[in-house]
Design a protein around this ligand. Structure first.
Ligand code: FAD
Ligand code: SF4
Ligand code: SF4
Ligand code: SF4
Length: 358
């Protein structure tokens, strides 16, 4: 497995799963590009919502969420505006207890909040991330501007509001049901004790059955016995017997206890970082915002900094249904640009890679 170095792109919950996989297991994950994320939607409920507007997914060219609306740009050139308060009725339940906006455990984070149209906001968090971005700018892949204090303030305000609102939802949920484990602060030793007593049954009781699962597929990827499969939008276990003393699915799940060094410090609003910029691509032009994610992935592959990347493309037979792909082909990376506002198990292709290596 060691010759593979994989870049992953994901929402804050998926990047937390990637960070926990790196923390607890040996894995090929080498570079993490985190996205900003306020919420995500149920694919099937979104289809139902569209019926109220006499629309199907197939008619949509691009989604954009901003300024209190979900904008739907249609293939016939028209534009529909759905109030976010209406769209929020089809938000996934797990997103209501999510306190993170900006993927604080990534190497670099990218989103639109804070930047003008056609540009992205980039938060550089690690030394590795800084080196990649500096070189990509020098080599003419990306161009940048300073983020103004008012742009930064807006981003911090939206991040704080998300954390505040969803912390209240967490309190409400905990008053009625089980504790929201990922928000429980324990020492690393305390977490190891919990992990050593837990397996898939505990994951099912504390995460999956209480609407906290983000459907990232990390549990499916790490299971050494290939016991977990994601079926009907839920991780399920194929048979009851686990390998003795294995707790891996519970350890890597982003919705169980978070190790001290990965935990969000809510007083920091957008987490620790080295630099924050507004940025756009000088190589690619069709994407969600500044086409920055696609360009960084292109740079990482072209310069052989990573061997493969996981991208989220659309399924061929289901319009806008996301599917994760492992690729080293820049054309495939470009094809997968643009935001798909629903979930798929992003770590699935790593499972295949692991099996191919055996
Ligand atoms: C569910 C979701 C919610 C978001 N909410 C916000 C928000 O509230 N505010 C904000 O500023 N930004 C948000 N973003 C990020 C924003 O939509 C853009 O992805 C980001 O600004 C990067 O733009 P870009 O032009 O650089 O990306 P592009 O160059 O177009 O590349 C987009 C990349 O995103 C990946 N991708 C697409 N869909 C998904 C998905 N479902 N899961 C994981 N990866 C995916 C693709 O693999 C592609 O590599 C959200 C993204 C997602 C997926
Ligand atoms: S749980 Fe929902 S809101 Fe939070 S990062 Fe994941 S997709 Fe976004
Ligand atoms: S074998 Fe390990 S990873 Fe697989 S289900 Fe059992 S405890 Fe989870
Ligand atoms: S239960 Fe599995 S799929 Fe769901 S959030 Fe946890 S690791 Fe991800």
């Amino acid at each position: 497995m060691s010759e593979h170095k994989v870049a992953v792109v994901g929402t804050p919950c998926e990047i937390m799963a990637a960070s926990k996989i790196q923390h607890y297991t040996k894995s090929p994950i080498d570079f993490k590009i985190g996205l900003f994320c306020m919420e995500n939607f149920s694919y099937s409920y979104f289809i139902e919502l569209l019926k109220e507007y006499d629309l199907t997914m197939d008619e949509i060219e691009k989604f954009r969420i901003e300024k209190g609306y979900a904008f739907l740009f249609l293939k016939n050139g028209e534009r529909l505006r759905i109030p976010l308060s209406t769209a929020k009725t089809v938000v996934r339940k797990n997103c209501n207890i999510c306190v993170e906006l900006t993927s604080e455990t990534s190497d670099v984070s990218v989103g639109s909040i804070g930047s003008e149209n056609g540009w992205s906001t980039l938060i550089i968090r690690t030394e590795k991330g800084e080196k990649v971005i500096e070189n990509a700018i020098k080599e003419g892949y990306l161009k940048t501007k300073e983020l103004t204090p008012s742009q930064l303030k807006l981003l911090e305000k939206i991040a704080s509001n998300k954390a505040k609102e969803n912390s209240e939802n967490i309190n409400l949920r905990e008053s009625k049901a089980r504790p929201v484990l990922y928000q429980r602060e324990k020492t690393d030793n305390g977490i190891l004790e919990e992990i050593n007593e837990s397996d898939f049954t505990d994951l099912r009781a504390n995460v999956i059955n209480v609407g906290a699962c983000v459907l990232c597929g990390a549990c499916e990827y790490v299971c050494p016995e290939k016991l977990i499969i994601i079926k009907d939008s839920k991780p399920r276990k194929k048979r009851s017997k686990c390998v003795e003393d294995c707790h891996e699915c519970f350890a890597v799940c982003p919705r169980t206890f978070i190790p001290e060094k990965l935990r969000n410090d809510l007083s920091k609003k957008i987490g620790d970082y080295r630099k924050i910029l507004t940025i756009k691509s000088l190589r690619h032009y069709e994407g969600q915002d500044g086409v920055v994610v696609t360009t960084i992935l292109d740079y990482l592959i072209t310069k052989k900094i990573v061997t493969e990347t996981i991208v989220i493309d659309k399924k061929d037979n289901l319009p806008w249904k996301p599917v994760a792909k492992l690729t080293k082909d820049v054309d495939e990376i470009v094809k997968a640009s643009g935001t798909k506002y629903s979930v798929c198990p992003v770590f699935k292709p790593l499972k295949q890679l692991k099996e191919d290596m055996i």
